[in-house]
Design a protein around this ligand. Sequence first.
Ligand code: HEC
Length: 260
Amino acid sequence: MIITLVSVVLGGVLGGVARYFISGFVARRVGETFPWGTLFINVSGAFLIGIFGALAEDRASILASPDPWLFAVTGFLGCYTTVSSFSLQTLALARDGEGGDGIDHSKVQQGFDIAPVPLDLTGKNRDLVGMGSYIVNANGGCLECHTNPPYLPGGDPFLGQPKKVNTDCYLTGGMQFGPFTSRNLTPENGLPEGHTFAEFVTIMRTGKDFDLKHPQISPLLQVMPWPVFQNLTDRDLQAIYEYLSAIPAPKPGANCTIVK
Ligand code: HEC
């Protein structure tokens, strides 16, 4: 705590002094009709923030630890420049991968990188599709249960083979779990698994089986981990739905077991 305080104060004192002398020096040299001194301070300060920010990305760098960062950026550059808080906050957002809209753009990008099928983004919210792909393909394990078989011959990671997803039948269902069979999740008449968003949310939160496939056993979906998925936020469910709207319907002629 004390070291943190000292880092900021010391940085601040040095930054303020540097600003006073450098802007005065530049002003005396170039004249004061235009505030060249302030311009020089802000441009050089923003430049240094960029360099420090890049250095902080490197774990081996001294700036990756909090106190040197507080000394150099929060304290020194904070008092040295007049734009620094703004640059700093923008930089902090960029470092967190967030653009200020609460969407984690690194996950959106990862979602697009790992989507195994071409996506139709027409009329869709691109960020939600990317987030949805991230949840479906990096978290939800939807492929493993909703594609039969999930992997192509020679591309089964469980056999130590390089992973090749069965893209022709991606998420078309048909995997057998005792008396239960996973369902098609691809768009039917434009709606993922033929359900509206409200119905999809009900399925994911309560396990309601709108098709009542096995009323003799239960009106609720079995095997499907909806008791886990019910904990997702509304926005994550929206992202999954948006992604499932963007994936292709099964390829005509492909040999997929489709269970509606
Ligand atoms: C452990 C296997 C498993 C996983 C993982 C899984 N599901 Fe399911 N899912 C099933 C099974 C099996 C059914 C059908 C259950 C039944 O008939 O009772 C089902 C049913 C559904 C339904 C109902 C479809 C309809 O037409 O009513 C939806 C929607 C669904 N799953 C979405 C998903 C999504 C999205 C994911 C990934 C985030 C996912 N599932 C992951 C096994 C799974």
